[in-house]
Design a protein around this ligand. Structure first.
Ligand SMILES: NC(=O)c1ccc[n+]([C@@H]2O[C@H](COP(=O)([O-])OP(=O)(O)OC[C@H]3O[C@@H](n4cnc5c(N)ncnc54)[C@H](O)[C@@H]3O)[C@@H](O)[C@H]2O)c1
Length: 259
């Protein structure tokens, strides 16, 4: 087993985009990181970048849709890196399908990744922490789609609304064990060039009070904060990170001809 005095964070979907940024930020803030993803190459490159000697970051292939895979990987991480202290349930998929055309496989892919995966990873961590008698913390990555519907992603919105309620339910069940469970709900985050067209970006920016869509950096600091002792009494909460998008029907006063 590696020797490190860093607390250990397991991040799902850490291969790219928001998950990769979270894993980097936690490593910078003093965590050892078990970087997991169904894309092993992606997390291997991250682990090499963070810790070429493997002492404070390692990569694991984990498909969060499988409870058996979760049990296997959590066991391997504990054996090789030590007890896991915090978990970031970030792995998620967001394909678009009109509800009239949505098939059972489409529905299951989104639910199994976003909701079932979040539950079984959380259960695996809480069981391990209870066994060690150690405190811990979980942050789930929800979405503003949990609160505000968007045509074409009925399965996604339902899965993220489920994540928000799961956060509250697990906060109640795990709180007495010393395990806090919180969530963040990002609005649209431009994780890669071309994710949205320039026209769409311009249009949506006009209905966001902060005047722009989000970046991964907008998300990672809040996630890291929720893990700190300063957030010790925040439990079962979902913090919306959306530049004010969900505040209501925002119309820029000047654009609307209002003084
Ligand atoms: N990008 C956004 O606008 C946005 C907004 C709100 C919430 N979110 C949420 O943030 C999280 C990350 O989103 P992103 O934009 O960085 O996504 P992304 O598609 O860029 O990256 C997702 C990562 O998760 C991995 N992954 C997918 N299915 C997996 C599985 N079954 N098991 C393990 N890993 C799997 C992928 O390989 C990839 O590395 C998701 O939960 C998403 O719903 C994203």
């Amino acid at each position: 087993m590696i020797q490190t005095d860093r607390p250990l964070a397991l991040v799902t979907g850490a291969g790219k985009s928001i998950g990769r940024s979270i894993a980097r930020a936690l490593h910078e803030r003093g965590y050892a990181v078990a970087a997991t993803d169904c894309d092993l190459d992606a997390v291997q490159s991250l682990a090499r970048e963070l810790a070429p000697d493997g002492a404070s970051a390692r990569a694991y292939r984990l498909d969060v849709r499988s409870a058996a895979d979760i049990a296997r990987v959590f066991g391997a991480v504990e054996a090789e890196m030590g007890g896991i202290d915090v978990l970031i349930n970030n792995a998620g998929v967001y394909p678009s399908q009109p509800a009239l055309e949505m098939g059972e496989d489409d529905w299951d892919l989104v639910m199994d990744t976003n909701l079932k995966g979040t539950f079984f990873c959380s259960q695996a961590l809480a069981r391990a922490l209870a066994k060690r008698g150690a405190p811990g913390s979980i942050v789930n990555i929800a979405s503003t789609s949990a609160f505000s519907a968007r045509a074409g992603v009925a399965h996604y919105g339902a899965s993220k609304a489920g994540v928000v309620m799961l956060t509250k339910s697990l906060a109640q069940e795990f709180g007495p064990l010393g395990v806090r469970v919180n969530a963040v709900a990002p609005g649209l985050v431009e994780v890669r060039e071309g994710l949205v067209s320039p026209a769409y970006r311009d249009q949506i920016s006009t209905v966001i009070p902060s005047g722009r869509i989000g970046t991964p950096e907008d998300i990672v600091g809040v996630v890291a904060f929720l893990l700190t002792p300063e957030a010790n009494y925040i439990n079962g909460e979902c913090i919306v990170i959306d530049g004010g998008f969900l505040t209501g029907r925002f119309v820029q006063r000047a654009a609307a001809g209002v003084a």
